[in-house]
Design a protein around this ligand. Structure first.
Ligand code: CTP
Length: 472
């Protein structure tokens, strides 16, 4: 074999090859496994292609294990899959037509291995290694995929327009591989993406978002995001993001290009964290800017309230992109809302109450908020950056001090809604919320100490101003 495999992998491939020889079919290892082994990246699953019936081969191989392995298969697609020692192995019969990810009615016609390789997405994914006993380990590389891996180039086996219209998701994959592997996309391939960008519309949002998130998880997401933008693909499914692009100048005053600023912020966050959702918070932190942009005479550009608008836009964008509607979305929306808070503290006198409020509002997500906030400092003015970072360190210190003293992060006020309802014999209502907020704010502002008695007295005061008396 031309590639370095573990003993376990080798054992598995020899076993598959032996069964294939018995069944009299040609059988190859193909796709991402071969590509990644050659590059030296970690691999997690293997694709096997054979002449004839891939499902039958999978079953026959599964039977050689004691007990036999469980095979899941999709008759319509002619694919089968099993898991062995945590390793996914997928089988498919060689076919003449393309691997359409969206095709509802795949017309599978049997083909040779060469037919199959020709209809794959990229030359670097079409490399095949024989597993049959007579030529085990022999590489088949009809389109010079090996050369393309060495030169770091992404090319298509067929004319790119054909490969992309066979399956438009491949345009996203092309950019994803370029970003993931630091490969180059030649001009003719990139132009074909630009020309076919509208075809992305036929692809399901889930698959687009899946590729998008893979780009977001690369070491330097701006590379892939910028390619998505330049090719026009990004606007096809995420126009709110491309709306950030551009600089307007009035009376000689411009503002920064919020698209390129955002790319920088994502890269900065990515350098500090592998968390996909923190990267999403970086992507969305300024998403409310186009809607709030104003030019104020004698003052310049403002984006007042963009953080609150961004927070509101987050659930809509998550829905549109079929991202999860759960606590991840809430986390992103919260970070978007709070992203200016630590920085705004550096501009004023940092009071204990402002620090307490930030600790309380950010709670468990404080560290992530601080990463986001630091990532947001992208000015080209070195002096300005230095000053911001120094102030930022002061805020960090103060946050630590106040947290040690007041333990506010996981704090719950001494009186909660249930207490208030009981004491005043009230149903859940606006009054209950108002009293609860007033007590909490008074403690955070340092007006009253953080204990039950003080909170009780304060609560009675507030309630009596609302015409309420305790029932017990
Ligand atoms: N393939 C294709 N067209 C697609 C999707 C996949 O031609 N739209 C082929 C490629 O040969 C690819 C193989 O199917 O290598 C396996 O696809 P997949 O598992 O999605 O990708 P990998 O190349 O294995 O890469 P990764 O695991 O990083 O997604």
């Amino acid at each position: 074999m031309d590639i370095q495999c573990t003993d376990e992998e080798l054992n598995l491939f020899e076993r598959i090859g032996k069964v294939a020889t018995q069944l009299n079919v040609h059988c190859y290892l193909i796709g991402g496994f071969v590509r990644d082994k050659i590059i030296g990246r970690p691999t997690k699953d293997a694709d096997i292609v054979c002449t004839g019936d891939g499902i039958a081969l999978a079953h026959a191989v599964a039977q050689t294990y004691k007990p036999a392995l469980n095979v899941s298969f999709f008759k319509n697609f002619g694919t089968a899959q099993f898991k062995v020692n945590g390793f996914d192995v997928e089988f498919v019969g060689a076919r003449k037509e393309s691997y359409r990810s969206e095709s509802r009615k795949p017309e599978v016609t049997e083909g040779t291995i060469e037919d199959d390789q020709l209809r794959r997405d990229f030359t670097i994914n079409a490399l095949a290694i024989s597993l049959n006993e007579n030529d085990f380990g022999k590489l088949s590389d009809p389109f010079n995929g090996l050369e393309d891996i060495k030169s770091g180039i992404i090319r298509t086996p067929l004319e790119p327009g054909v490969t992309f219209s066979d399956d438009p998701l491949r345009m996203m994959r092309c950019i994803r591989f370029a970003a993931q592997l630091s490969f180059t996309i030649p001009d003719n391939i990139f132009n074909a993406i630009t020309q076919n960008k509208h075809r992305l519309k036929i692809i399901s949002q889930e698959r687009i978002t899946d590729e998008f998130n893979k780009i977001m998880m690369t070491a330097k997401p701006s590379v892939g995001l910028n390619l998505l933008f330049k090719s026009g693909l990004l606007k096809e499914f995420f126009p709110q993001f491309t709306d950030l692009c551009g600089v307007e100048i009035i009376e000689g005053l411009g503002h920064k290009d919020n698209f390129y600023h955002t790319l920088q912020v994502i890269d900065n966050a990515a350098a500090q964290s592998n968390d996909l959702w923190l990267r999403w918070a970086a992507l969305l932190h300024d998403i409310g800017k186009p809607a709030t942009k104003r030019f104020e005479e004698g003052h310049g550009w403002t984006f007042h309230g963009h953080e609150a608008v961004g927070e509101k836009m987050t659930p809509r964008i998550f829905k549109q992109l079929k991202l999860p509607q759960n606590e991840k979305m809430k986390y992103v929306a919260k970070l978007v809302l709070l992203h200016l808070r630590p920085i705004s503290l550096t501009k004023e006198n940092i009071t204990d109450s402002a620090i307490r409020r930030l600790l309380f509002d950010a709670g468990d997500d404080l560290e992530d908020l601080m990463i986001l906030c630091e990532s947001d400092i992208t000015s080209k003015n070195k002096l300005k950056v230095k000053r911001y970072l120094e102030n930022f360190e002061i805020v960090k210190e103060r946050l630590k001090e106040v947290e040690e003293k007041d333990k506010i992060r996981h704090w719950q006020p001494p009186i909660d809604g249930a207490d208030i309802m009981k004491i005043f014999n009230l149903p859940p209502s606006r009054e209950v919320g108002a009293i609860k907020t007033a007590v909490r704010e008074a403690i955070l502002d340092g007006i009253i100490p953080n204990d039950y008695d003080a909170a009780y007295t304060f609560m009675i005061d507030i309630a009596s101003g609302m015409g309420l008396k305790p029932a017990i």
